[in-house]
Write a protein that binds this ligand. Structure first.
Ligand code: SAM
Length: 314
């Protein structure tokens, strides 16, 4: 056996062990994401951030309008749950007088954020800070803008996290939060594989998975609407809207890869909530050798939406 085969087998053993632990967690009715998951998803998260970048660009411009000019330029932005730093780098580009602190609990994500900032010539203004929300923000400089995109729902006590973000604000500062509005859609209703309506059944499976994820978070509190969480954290809403990204067929290569990542992740994460026919359909959809796969079929698209809330201290 070659050394590379042994390494591959050891890696597979590790994956199997990891899957086994996840299965055990699932049997107790919760999902737990760990550093190995974030590390594995970092590349996909970067691609997703790039495909949906318009959300950050437009939200930042809107936050800038709401902030007005009287309080001076934005000098410090904190990107909370930055992931691979796509938003952090975009915010650095949009606010040229600002330094941006990318905050995340995952060292692998922060390493990617540093690599991205370096590649884009932004390393002088984009720095990273590892913290596990709601803790670990105390040492940061006051922020003119806090951007928290798709990170709040990973924190058990969302009100405590939002209160920590409020305490970070400089005078005149704003917190901008982006969370899922409608489930991401990438597949037409009738795929010509299995029963029509797979996309609806994936939404239902994703929603069950999400409930299990929330139940598994340390200090998890009952679900509440974003406006209610914001109010409970001592913030007042200064603007809210739904942002949408709609990419119609035929998709560019990066968007098609994002669709393939999305379908593959649904297959891996949600299959316990799907019947065998739907899992078999997903196998076809992610098989690069099959002409019905999402990598080759002409009818896939991206419909993503985010609930955006911008808030100031109450
Ligand atoms: C879905 S990604 C969002 C990335 C990016 N902000 C975006 O909108 O595409 C969620 C990120 O939140 C981070 N995260 C999850 N729980 C966290 C916590 N308690 N404290 C800090 N970061 C956390 C994860 O490591 C991951 O990078």
């Amino acid at each position: 056996m070659s050394p590379s085969t042994v390494t591959a087998m050891a890696a597979q053993d590790h994956e199997d062990q990891h899957e086994h632990e996840h299965q055990a967690a699932h049997e107790h009715g919760h999902v737990h994401l760990d550093e190995a998951d974030w590390e594995r998803w970092a590349g996909q998260a970067e691609r997703e951030g790039e495909v949906l970048l318009d959300v950050v660009t437009k939200a930042a411009s809107w936050a800038s309008d709401l902030r007005g000019t009287a309080v001076g330029p934005v000098r410090h932005v904190v990107d909370v749950g930055s992931g691979p730093g796509v938003g952090s780098c975009e915010l650095a580009r949009l606010f040229p007088a600002a330094t941006v602190t990318a905050v995340d609990g995952s060292p692998a994500m922060l390493e990617r954020a540093r690599g991205r900032a370096e590649r884009l010539g932004l390393a002088e203004r984009v720095t990273t800070h590892q913290a596990e929300l709601p803790d670990g923000l105390e040492g940061l400089a006051p922020a003119d803008l806090v951007w928290a995109s798709m990170s709040l729902h990973h924190v058990g006590d969302e009100v405590a996290a939002l209160a920590a973000l409020r305490r970070l604000l400089a005078p005149g500062g704003l917190v901008a939060i982006a969370e899922i509005a409608e489930p991401l859609r990438v597949l037409p209703d009738d795929l010509g594989i299995g029963r029509p309506g797979l996309a609806d059944r994936l939404d239902a499976a994703g929603s069950r998975w999400f409930d299990e994820l929330r139940r598994g978070l340390p200090g998890a509190k009952a679900a509440n609407s974003l406006p209610a969480l914001v109010a409970d954290a001592g913030l007042r809403i200064v603007g809210s809207r739904i942002a949408q990204v709609r990419l119609d067929p035929p998709l560019a290569d990066d968007a098609r890869r994002f669709v393939a990542d999305t379908v593959d992740r649904s297959r891996q994460q949600w299959q316990r909530h799907l019947d065998a026919d739907d899992v078999a359909a997903l196998e076809v959809l992610v098989d690069p050798g099959d002409e019905r796969s999402v990598l080759r079929r002409p009818d896939v698209f991206v419909h993503a939406s985010r609930e955006l809330v911008i808030a100031a201290p109450a």
